[in-house]
Design a protein around this ligand. Sequence first.
Ligand code: IMP
Ligand code: MG
Length: 173
Amino acid sequence: MSLQVKVLISAEEIARRVQELGQQISQDYQGQDLMIIGILKGAVVFLSDLIRHITVPLELDFMAISSYGEATETSGVVQLLKDLDRPIEGQHVLIVEDIIDSGLTLSYLYQLLQSRNPASLKTAVLLDKPERRRTVFIPDYIGFSIPDKFVIGYGLDYNHKHRELPYVGVLEH
Ligand code: IMP
Ligand code: MG
């Protein structure tokens, strides 16, 4: 089966925007240490490019959650598959996620991490699908707002595949 993908955001556009976000984050956290929490697996590509544009000292940790199963629509049920390795109390924490869609995943993670008393808690997403929100949640850093289309690439998958594409694209069936 051949794969038909329409490029929505090119690798060059992504690189430029990720650099801007890194510079913005570096300014905002000037003089502070940062704990970056990547949400596995989708955020891994975005995170690894983003941190190379951040100039304040930082540490990394990861969480894994699942809300979709094999479907392309959220089930609304968020399951914690992997928790952080260490406590975040008193730290400046930035959650890095690939995309906010319904908002249920980030709302859940935000509440969970807030309950652990970080010094501050913010969120960064590469992509935002504002039309699909089912809860009020506005990330602090947003790479691109996109229309209500299922996208793949640059870390995002469809049925566990296509994360390696260097651009963000729409699958055409
Ligand atoms: P939310 O809880 O509905 O905001 O969903 C967030 C999660 O759904 C993300 O971490 C992605 O894993 C997944 N997701 C949402 N939209 C897409 C998409 O268009 N492509 C790939 N994954 C998506
Ligand atoms: Mg995800």
